[in-house]
Design a protein around this ligand. Structure first.
Ligand code: 6PG
Length: 235
């Protein structure tokens, strides 16, 4: 575990603007460098504002490929699906073709969906950018405390989860090892509810989120509500 770079912002809107700007810049660089931009999307509610901003910027084109860090085992069109949130807020209206948008088939159930997604990822090397959220307990994607998060080298790319403490219990998640096979890992964290987890992370606790590091950089993008007034010394 190495400490991330912390980027606090005045408020959630400033955070979204700054992150959207940086994401589009890195996408351009990735496409000009190797012709494709492999982006892993975060789930939960926090990223919705970012995806709406990316829609406003008409971000995305046929050089982009969209993957998911995790998915809830619900019907494919269920409102609580991470893929439904991203499609509704941004992707369905974007210039990223459906063949380049790779939802996790979590409607199949944890085990078969994990196997399918592992196959889909075969041959895909390093992700260019991974977006992740942070739970109040320090989880990220569907990697939860006191669970196997697949951090050890040689861990499978995709994990089947059937006892997640955050409903629904049945989920599919990229492993910490696979999420870390990325140039950049960016966490998007907003709201006072996440401050306690940020303080624990700053203190060096081995939270699941702290085990996911990018090869080039790991950045925690957060708003002032989530950033402690007097941050403890960074470990
Ligand atoms: C999920 C997410 C999960 C989420 C965090 C934060 O499927 O729930 O992948 O890891 O990112 O729990 O969720 P909020 O943004 O809703 O606080």
């Amino acid at each position: 575990m190495k400490p991330p770079e912390w980027r606090p912002h005045a408020d959630a809107d400033a955070l979204v603007q700054s992150l959207a700007e940086a994401l589009c810049r890195h996408a351009e660089r990735a496409v000009s460098a190797h012709g494709v931009f492999h982006l892993v999307l975060a789930g939960g509610a926090t990223p919705r504002a970012l995806y709406a901003e990316l829609a406003r910027r008409a971000a995305g084109d046929p050089a982009w490929h969209i993957w998911y860090g995790d998915e809830r085992c619900l019907p494919a069109d269920h409102a609580e699906r991470n893929s439904v949130m991203a499609e509704t807020a941004w992707l369905a209206a974007s210039r990223i073709p459906p063949r380049n948008r790779h939802p996790i088939p979590a409607e199949l159930g944890p085990e078969p969906a994990a196997a399918h997604y592992g196959e889909a990822l075969r041959g895909i090397g390093e992700f260019d950018l991974v977006l992740l959220g942070l739970g109040e307990d320090g989880h990220t994607a569907s990697l939860f405390p006191a669970h196997d998060i697949g951090a050890a080298p040689g861990s499978p790319d995709v994990l089947a989860v059937d006892d997640a403490p955050k409903p629904p219990a049945a989920r599919v998640s990229l492993s910490a090892a696979r999420l870390g096979r990325a140039g950049r890992v960016w966490f998007l964290v907003a709201g006072a509810g996440k401050r306690a987890a940020i303080v624990r992370w700053l203190r060096g606790e081995p939270l699941p989120a702290a085990h996911v590091c990018g090869r080039e950089e790991t950045v925690v993008w957060l708003d002032a509500a989530a950033w402690p007034d007097r941050p403890p010394p960074v470990f």
